[in-house]
Design a protein around this ligand. Structure first.
Ligand code: PLP
Length: 383
């Protein structure tokens, strides 16, 4: 079998070069027409309003935490089973992390894990749709947040175009963050988006992404500077330099037309894997809500038989040219988070038994069958 990578960069090369040519000739390479156009198109595609394009998902998360009121003395109850980027903004904003444990069959927190950790200084809960699969309790957790006046931040870096109850995933949080980084479903090279449930947060986010300036007032209808921005910025309103620029937006616009085909490519391969793994006695895909349409950035499985761990299986699959892997190291293992150590048995178990298979448009249907059969063969040889 030829080597099947876990991730692959999608680019529409000719369109990208054409778009970049136009941007470079325009002499206007920072935030302008291309960013405005991509924002409009993504609003339609994702089915959400109040979208602010930024230079990364990490930036979008930072703004979401800041808008939730995170500062010294306050905390976020967050998942450790994610990319470091989900949680570094919390300590960069001088907030405290309260790790909540995860369910060992999904790698994501359940409502009870969260309820145990929330205290009077909690301003936000952060969840991640691991591999593009929404957390089983997402709706319950959003209701819990509303009831307790805590913000829900949903790091949907893996979950672009995922749905729940046929609705966009961004319907189920105060803040939803997407990543358009190189190896995500839809790439701008680097980039991200923040979707705000409330209009007032949206207005603030637009300012925070550019030092705190109200750039709308200083732009013409095409998004170009009309005049020099002169307004004052108070300490409370001080923001960041997090905006998306026309170069990365031009790359995104070139890939935009392919979004549906890309997502369909991921879902079609997942459907084939489901046939093999859904009712298997030895392993199963991570739990997903019944009414969800995950975007399957990768396809994550857990081993059911607790005599086995996934490490050896990954090594064997790699030998067969199938680039399986664990994707992220649990965050609590990084020493930058050592102040927040706590017992997390569900996390330890999930990380022991989980592994992800490549799942995307670059895999042919017959290769997906071959991958699934190889996984089952390797496992059965170990029993
Ligand atoms: C779960 C998760 N959150 C956030 C990020 C950060 O995204 P970005 O590189 O766009 O900042 C990543 C990147 O891989 C991720 O996997």
């Amino acid at each position: 079998m030829k080597k099947i990578p876990l991730f692959k960069v999608f680019t529409n090369k000719n369109k990208t070069l054409k778009n970049l040519d136009k941007v470079l000739d325009s002499g206007f390479i920072n935030e302008g027409e291309e960013v405005r156009l991509l924002t409009q198109k993504l609003e339609k595609k994702i089915g959400s309003k109040n979208i602010v394009l930024m230079n990364s998902c990490t930036s979008a998360l930072t703004v979401a935490y800041k808008l939730s009121g995170l500062c010294e003395g306050k905390n976020v109850v967050t998942t450790p089973m994610t990319c470091i980027a989900t949680n570094t903004p919390i300590i960069n904003l001088n907030g405290k992390i309260k790790w909540c444990d995860v369910d060992s069959y999904s790698g994501m927190p359940r409502l009870k894990n969260i309820e145990e950790k929330v205290d009077k200084n909690t301003v936000a809960i952060c969840l991640v749709s691991w591999a593009g699969v929404p957390p089983v309790d997402l709706k319950k957790i959003f209701n819990f947040c509303k009831k307790n006046k805590i913000k829900l931040i949903h790091d949907s870096a893996h979950a672009f175009m995922a749905k729940l109850d046929k609705k966009p995933i961004s319907n189920f949080a105060d803040f939803t963050c997407f990543s358009f980084q190189a190896i995500k479903h839809f790439t701008c090279g680097d980039g991200g988006a923040l979707i705000c449930k409330s209009l007032s947060s949206f207005q603030k986010a637009k300012k925070l992404k550019w030092f705190g300036y109200d750039r709308e007032k200083a732009k013409d209808s095409k998004g170009h500077w009309k005049n020099q921005q002169e307004a004052d910025i108070s300490y409370e309103d001080l923001g960041y330099k997090f905006n998306m620029n026309n170069i990365t937006a031009a790359i995104g616009l070139a890939n935009y037309e392919s979004i549906d085909a890309i997502i369909e490519g991921h879902r079609n391969i997942a459907k084939i894997y489901d046939e093999y793994f859904f009712n298997n006695a030895l392993l199963c895909p991570i739990s997903r809500p019944k009414s969800s349409e995950p975007s399957f950035w990768v396809y994550t499985l857990v081993l059911k038989d607790n005599r086995f761990c996934s490490e050896k299986l990954i090594t064997d699959l790699n030998k067969e040219n199938i680039q399986a892997g664990k994707v992220h190291i649990p965050c609590d293992e990084y020493s930058c988070f050592s102040n927040f150590k706590t017992s997390l048995p569900g996390l330890r178990e999930f990380n022991r038994i989980q592994f992800s298979l490549p799942c995307g448009w670059w895999i042919k249907k017959n290769e997906a069958h071959e991958i699934a059969q190889k996984v089952l063969k390797i496992i059965s040889q170990k029993i």
